[in-house]
Design a protein around this ligand. Structure first.
Ligand code: DQA
Length: 163
């Protein structure tokens, strides 16, 4: 079996981005910044390499169903999902149900602080079924999520005696 850089636990991470996040760079830059999604993903790829992640894959879709399918297929394939669900965060019960149905842990990410914007953004319907939420730190929300995921996987591997 393929093993991680630390020689014990392979780490496979899926980064999912939802509707309109393909527009980053030009989309409301005062709120979301000027980095494109590709730039964010490349930074994550580099950080993942430093952290000894074996695999990091990226998917952005404007379609709810494509995100749900990606979550369903993650079982047994990935160890963690980092998810910025965009506006689906606030109303997609289908996305919430997909997350709840899967054993793969999910970290919810937002570039902006959803709690200090319009009232309708304050509610995340996925928050109760994810491991935790990181909101308001721009690209650092993604980097922090990646670092936390790796730390969790390392701790898990240690407590299993590295197996
Ligand atoms: C977002 C916040 C959502 O409310 C919004 O619909 C987005 C981006 C964020 O990253 O800050 O599309 O998830």
């Amino acid at each position: 079996m393929e093993s991680g850089i630390d020689g014990v636990n392979p780490k496979r991470i899926l980064v999912l981005n939802g509707p309109n996040l393909n527009l980053l760079g030009s989309r409301e830059p005062t709120i979301y910044g000027r980095l494109t999604l590709n730039e964010i993903n490349e930074t994550l790829r580099e950080r993942a390499k430093e952290l000894g992640v074996d695999e990091i894959d990226f998917l952005q879709s404007n379609f709810e169903g494509a995100l749900i399918e990606a979550i369903q297929k993650a079982r047994g394939r990935y160890d963690f999902i980092l998810l910025n669900a965009g506006a689906l965060t606030h109303y997609s019960i289908a996305l919430r149900d997909a997350i709840a149905a899967m054993p793969v842990p999910v970290i919810e990410i937002h570039l902006s602080n959803i709690h200090k914007r319009e009232e309708f953004r304050e509610k995340s319907v996925i928050a109760p079924v994810v491991m935790g939420q990181i909101s308001g730190f721009g690209i650092d929300s993604y980097i922090a999520a990646l670092e936390i995921a790796v730390r969790k996987l390392q701790r898990e591997a240690q407590s299993n005696g590295g197996i």
